[in-house]
Write a protein that binds this ligand. Structure first.
Ligand SMILES: [Mn+2]
Length: 311
């Protein structure tokens, strides 16, 4: 097996002022991080988590490798919060997927309520179990899953990175199959969009990760966009990973062309700064400025002409 197309997209949403999510989309490693804390501490925590994961070497493999990466991210956030009083109490949740093409497996590790999903043969399965208050209440039979979805405390988490010197990381390995689409997302998606709608959005995008990422973020925003929303998708294909596709291959290799050749605004490979949408062209603001400039030049020209005539 090999990693096929992949894409990521992050968006501030419609209620928050800043985007405190971060992500990694650098095969064979994929991750989402969702920061929390006062002032800009949440952004700092998520950024530290992503940076720590990004340093994964080529020898980092399997569930043990993912646990090591997330444990190191925890240590760095914790130490930073001790050293910098402005970030005291900051934390982040993280969900990471590390593909081992040779073994045909995807190792998932997570802490908190960002999720990993697998779309296989048209069925979407949630792979991770949220470390959240409502997930525990569902587990113990106090709440039904439907009650949990509407619960006022549904974003209360029970585990995070950076709030304690040590962290308990959940980790497991999935045997991948050609045609699988893996989705990692922050709670800004899963709280706004039901699982069946996530599945149909990916199918409606012909399972193209870039188009699916656009559609999922749009769906979260259409339903209120109450939180930052981040999605990372990758597909598994038949065949062998090309030799030149190093662990940093996301930057050099183009994703395979999908059935729809229209350009997408979704960022792939080298990542955009958090919260920025990569829009091409001047956009509406630039167009208005250009029109004003043309009007000003015309006005000055006419004034000059008028001045010349009346003198
Ligand atoms: Mn969130």
């Amino acid at each position: 097996m090999k990693i096929g197309r992949r894409a990521a997209k992050t968006d501030t949403g419609r209620r928050r002022l800043r985007n405190e999510d971060d992500y990694i989309c650098e095969p064979p490693l994929f991750a989402v991080a969702d920061g929390m804390g006062g002032a800009r501490a949440g952004e700092v925590a998520a950024g530290i988590a992503a940076a720590a994961l990004e340093e994964a070497g080529a020898e980092t493999r399997g569930a043990e490798g993912v646990i090591a990466l997330i444990t190191e991210a925890n240590r760095r956030i914790w130490e930073r919060s001790l050293a910098d009083p402005e970030t005291a109490g900051m934390g982040a949740v993280v969900t990471a997927a590390l593909v081992d093409a040779a073994a045909g497996t995807v190792a998932i590790g997570h802490v908190g309520d960002s999720r990993a999903y697998l779309l296989r043969n048209g069925t979407l399965a949630q792979l991770t179990t949220d470390h959240s208050l409502v997930a525990e209440l569902v587990e113990s039979g106090v709440l039904t899953p439907e009650e949990a979805e509407r619960h006022p405390q549904r974003s209360a988490i029970t585990r995070a990175l950076g709030t304690e010197p040590a962290v308990d990381v959940d980790s497991f390995t999935v045997a991948a199959e050609p045609g699988d689409v893996f989705l990692l997302c922050s709670d800004g998606l899963s709280m706004m969009v039901a699982d069946e709608d996530i599945a149909s959005a990916i199918e409606a995008a012909d399972r193209d990760p870039a188009r699916a990422a656009e559609a999922l973020v749009a769906a979260a925003n259409a339903r209120g966009g109450e939180d930052n929303v981040t999605v990372v998708l990758f597909e598994i294909l038949e065949g062998e990973q090309a030799e030149d596709e190093s662990p940093e291959g996301g930057k050099s290799s183009e994703p395979e062309p999908g059935p729809d050749p229209t350009p997408s605004q979704t960022s792939e490979g080298p990542k955009e700064p958090s919260g920025s949408l990569s829009r091409h062209g001047a956009g509406p603001g630039g167009r208005i400025a250009a029109l004003l400039l043309i009007a000003a030049v015309l006005g000055i020209g006419l004034l000059g002409l008028y001045w010349g005539i009346t003198r």
